[in-house]
Design a binder for this molecule. Structure first.
Ligand SMILES: Nc1ncnc2c1ncn2[C@@H]1O[C@H](COP(=O)(O)OP(=O)(O)O)[C@@H](O)[C@H]1O
Ligand SMILES: [Mg+2]
Length: 326
């Protein structure tokens, strides 16, 4: 038995789940946690535990309690949009882990993988925009319990520092702008945000998104989730010339669906913040601590030049931003 096997068995016992544990298969991909598929006699589930230290960078630490925040985010999101997250089977304080349904089947694919294979765009972005907008909006309703989501220090360690603040050290002439963006994000606690709305954390199931991996969930600025997700579409549009127009168009589809849910502030004001943040995140994905793995050197250079210009003079609408990107 490996340590992971033992931990999975203890999780099952602690949560009182039925069925003998037949096998444990680690799921690759992530850097923030141990995650595995568990074969129980009748069904398969997925177990996720926080790691004290991320696998990529020596000095990129964050506290393990974010695993609880992830579970609470998933639980809340599932109450807002049925099916938007995997079915949940409980969180264990002792193991700092939780169990959820393993989402699989013919109709299921990881959005990132479909994009990187150059598959046709099938309206995913608009569906994600709609679901994200509903979840954001629900967290601004009176009576929402933000108790588990006072996590801006985690958010600082996992997002602001590696993406914006580190990138500022690589681009001293833009440092003031990048640090100002980071400060504004740190200070805004208006909405429950997911913190990692990346296509690699979104399964599509029968045309609808299933959101995963909410370890960075915190009260924050919803512009972060929007810009973070749109950044992935932009980077893929640069990487995959055959899907370029479709992916840029998908940005508009995302925004229209999302903006229709924005009830807590003027959508146009939020859009201005998204437009200011997007180029900073683009730059962060070439010169920050977590660079994208798929861009060629030429495309990295193109992203760097474009984003540097846009950080200095950001458009105020996504339509204008897409115009520049075309
Ligand atoms: N409940 C699930 N059902 C199916 N696949 C999952 C599930 N949870 C995670 N995965 C797969 O495992 C990968 C890593 O999980 P994730 O929660 O994103 O962990 P990490 O924090 O390590 O990135 C995901 O990108 C997805 O492909
Ligand atoms: Mg992930």
């Amino acid at each position: 038995m490996t340590d992971l096997d033992t931990r999975c068995q203890r999780l099952i016992d602690d949560l009182g789940l039925d069925g003998a544990l037949r096998s444990v298969t680690p799921l690759g991909g992530g850097v923030a946690s141990d995650i595995a598929v568990l074969d129980l006699e009748e069904r398969r589930i997925c177990a996720k535990f926080a790691l004290a230290k991320l696998k990529v960078m020596e000095d990129w630490f964050a506290p393990v309690h974010r695993n609880r925040a992830e579970y609470e985010w998933l639980r809340f999101a599932g109450t807002v949009v049925t099916g938007a997250v995997p079915g949940l089977h409980g969180w264990s304080a002792a193991e700092n882990g939780f169990a959820m349904d393993f989402v699989e089947g013919r109709e299921v694919y990881l959005w990132k993988e479909a994009m990187l294979r150059g598959e046709p765009v099938r309206g995913e972005a608009a569906r994600v925009g709609d679901v994200l907008g509903r979840i954001h909006a629900a967290s601004t309703a009176s009576g929402f319990d933000d108790g588990p989501f006072h996590n801006r220090d985690d958010f600082h360690a996992l997002r602001l520092e590696p993406y914006l603040i580190f990138t500022a050290t690589q681009h001293p002439d833009l440092a003031e702008r990048l640090n100002r963006l980071a400060k504004a994000l740190f200070e805004n606690r208006a909405v429950l945000i997911h913190g990692d709305v990346s296509p690699k954390n979104i399964l599509m199931r029968g045309g609808d998104p299933v959101l995963l991996d909410a370890e960075c969930a915190t009260m924050g600025d919803p512009a972060f989730d929007v810009a973070f997700c749109l950044n992935h579409l932009i980077l893929k549009s640069i990487h995959i010339p055959t899907r370029r127009n479709d992916l840029l168009e998908a940005i508009g589809g995302f925004w229209r669906a999302y903006a229709a849910q924005v009830v807590w502030e003027e959508a146009s004001a939020l859009e201005v913040r998204v437009c200011a943040l997007l180029p900073a995140l683009m730059l962060a994905r070439v010169d920050g601590k977590s660079p994208v793995e798929y861009l060629s050197a030429v495309n990295r250079g193109a992203v760097r030049d474009l984003s540097r210009t846009l950080v200095t003079e950001p458009p105020t609408t996504l339509a204008d931003m897409i115009g520049v990107l075309r």
